[in-house]
Design a binder for this molecule. Structure first.
Ligand SMILES: C[S@@+](CC[C@H](N)C(=O)[O-])C[C@H]1O[C@@H](n2cnc3c(N)ncnc32)[C@H](O)[C@@H]1O
Length: 359
């Protein structure tokens, strides 16, 4: 799985247990990102609809949410072997991300160029295409030279960037096959009648996913956009904005989204360092059903743990604190089940639960 800021990797096992307990057969992961949480719901036997505005999330959705037992895995392996053997070529990706900037070493950039171009020449189903794009995305991620964000690349080549890019088969995820879309969450929300649950994990600060992962967006779209700045970002990073990244409109967007939801169960993740007052989030959800929230203590992201550095690589500041909290809200029509779900989160597990709030 790719490095992704805000990914709920640690929460996935907890969500899987909560999902098994609730009386739900279908869920929509409206801000799916890596699809990790969608995969957890799928493993619990629930039909998942995965949605995100990012094109790479749509590819991951095809690979991990939509792909079912009908995928011809023998053919998939043959396709991957074929792609692994195509002749490297110096194209847009190498020029932009290995020469004009230093996100990847040229020997890997040239393989990305050749493999990505070849994917477009193959005759594929939508799911096969998603599986191959996911394999390439994950392979590139394993040999990049960043700290997990594409705002900048590291000064010295990261040790992993010297390795050769290797395509691997995206592992099948057990559970029923689902569906995927790439739509604005607020547009999709009122169309979810008949779905039992939504999982909401929107951006919670000013950092745009479109900008932070511009290379993955370009790799998926393969549209060779004009770029700007040292980071060689897509020109449309200047104009592509999510309302959830704007302090001024984020609350309005979130509250409108909650108001139009028709699903009886709502599960929400929020970080205590984000824009929103978590008491207001609980009050808003309280208009829909019984609400329980549990705060989970996480190690802060790696950038915070290693200190603050200036562009010359010198340490210039201390980190204020090393831990942040993720708050999981569960809202539903059955108080006893909401309580049981909170119990499941509280149980000793991979995550340390700090405090619990009852509304
Ligand atoms: C915190 S991340 C989700 C992480 C995800 N739960 C995971 O575990 O990987 C937020 C996601 O919201 C997406 N996003 C931002 N604005 C959106 C919008 N208006 N509609 C749908 N998705 C949006 C971003 O592309 C990003 O993937």
């Amino acid at each position: 799985m790719v490095k992704y800021i805000g990914s709920k990797r640690v929460l996935a096992p907890v969500i899987e247990r909560v999902a098994s307990l609730l009386p739900i057969r279908s869920v929509c992961d409206l801000f799916a990102g890596t699809t990790r949480i969608g995969q957890a719901f799928r493993r619990a036997g629930i039909v998942v609809h995965s949605n995100d505005t990012a094109t790479y999330s749509e590819a991951l959705g095809h690979a991990y949410v939509v792909a079912g037992e009908d995928v011809d895995r023998v053919r998939l392996r043959q396709l991957l072997a074929h792609l692994g053997g195509v002749r490297p070529e110096h194209g847009y990706f190498t020029e932009t991300f290995c020469i004009q900037s230093r996100y990847f070493q040229p020997h890997n950039g040239m393989r990305v160029d050749a493999i990505r171009a070849e994917i477009d020449r193959l005759s594929l189903t939508a799911v096969e295409r998603g599986l191959l794009l996911t394999s390439l995305l994950e392979a590139a991620d394993r040999v990049d030279s960043t700290c997990g964000l594409q705002m900048a690349y590291v000064k010295q080549w990261a040790p992993r960037s010297f390795a050769d890019l290797q395509l691997r088969e995206p592992a099948p995820v057990p559970g029923p096959p689902g569906t995927v879309t790439r739509i604005d969450a607020n547009e999709l929300a009122p169309r979810l009648a008949g779905i039992d649950c939504v999982y909401l994990d929107p951006p919670y600060n000013q950092h745009s996913y479109f900008s932070n992962y511009h290379i993955w967006e370009t790799l998926m779209r393969w549209d060779a956009p004009e770029t700007y700045g040292i980071a060689c970002k897509r020109i449309d990073c200047r104009t592509t904005k999510s309302p959830y990244n704007s302090k001024r409109v984020a609350w309005q967007s979130f509250s409108q989204l909650i108001e139009v939801l028709l699903t009886p169960w709502i599960v929400v993740s929020f970080n205590n360092e984000g824009y929103h007052d978590l008491d207001l989030v609980a009050a808003l959800l309280g208009e829909k059903g019984y609400v329980r929230s549990v705060a989970i203590d996480f190690k802060r992201y790696v950038g915070a743990q290693i200190g603050i550095y200036n562009p010359n690589g010198q340490k210039v500041g201390r980190v204020s604190h090393l831990r942040n909290k993720e708050v999981l809200f569960i809202s539903g029509p059955d108080e006893a089940l909401v309580e049981q779900a909170a119990d499941v989160i509280r149980r000793p597990s991979a995550v340390a639960v700090e405090q619990e709030v009852v509304f």
